[in-house]
Write a new protein. Sequence first.
Length: 279
Amino acid sequence: MIDTVVVAPKDASGSSLAGVSWPSIVAGAVAACAMTLVLLAFGTGLGLSMVSPWTGSGVSATTFKITTGLYLIVIAMISSSIGGYLAGRLRSGWDGVHGDEVYFRDTAHGFIAWALASVLGAAVLASPATSLIGGTAAGVSQGAVTSAAQSSGPMDGYVDTLLRGDPAAQSANSNPADARGEVTRLFTRSFRNGGDLKAPDREYAGKVVAARTGLSQQDAEKRVNDVVTQIKADADAVRKATASLAFWITASLLLGAFCASLAATEGGGLRDGTWKRRR
């Protein structure tokens, strides 16, 4: 008598292999980062220096345009698609796993590859990213703030106010560099956090301008008001450019995640020979 061996059906949702293929994910992420650098370099060659990965080529309020934002999206879509496709195509096979589960795992592989590439990109391009966003937020007064911070302490502005005298009486014996440094510290302290020049400081700045240039007090105060207005306009333009840049970066990241996930499903389907059936 022959014994009948009953073989239990294999669980369609299980597999002897791990659900995450880290080598393929790492390979896709590295490829995505490399492709991003290539496209950034190409954009620099086209004159889009605001998307350059090299220090000193950050965005500015006068050079940022919609074309730059669109190019950031193109970079994210191309590099993420390549990384996601490799993550899906190079992963291990999952024999006996249900098709829906395989589709989910491929999507997850693309998403994880995109996330890893984003983290690696942020680490590699940490300094350029800081220059890109933080430098933009600093705005037109960044140079004055830097120079003032290098040559003065936090209390120097208050000491200047304490020892303030009549510029007309001091102009004959004072050093022009001292007056320039005092006005620089005055403007830096006033506009550092988006503030404004107070009335006493505005009046004093007018007196310094009158003593230095020979203008009448009225004309000197008008020049001060014009400069203050220009500073506010430039700062406002910088804030708008920063907001636009943040929007385009967010859009490029979201589209990059979508493209990586979709490309991974295609790569995984082609690897298993099921892509046409999925479609």
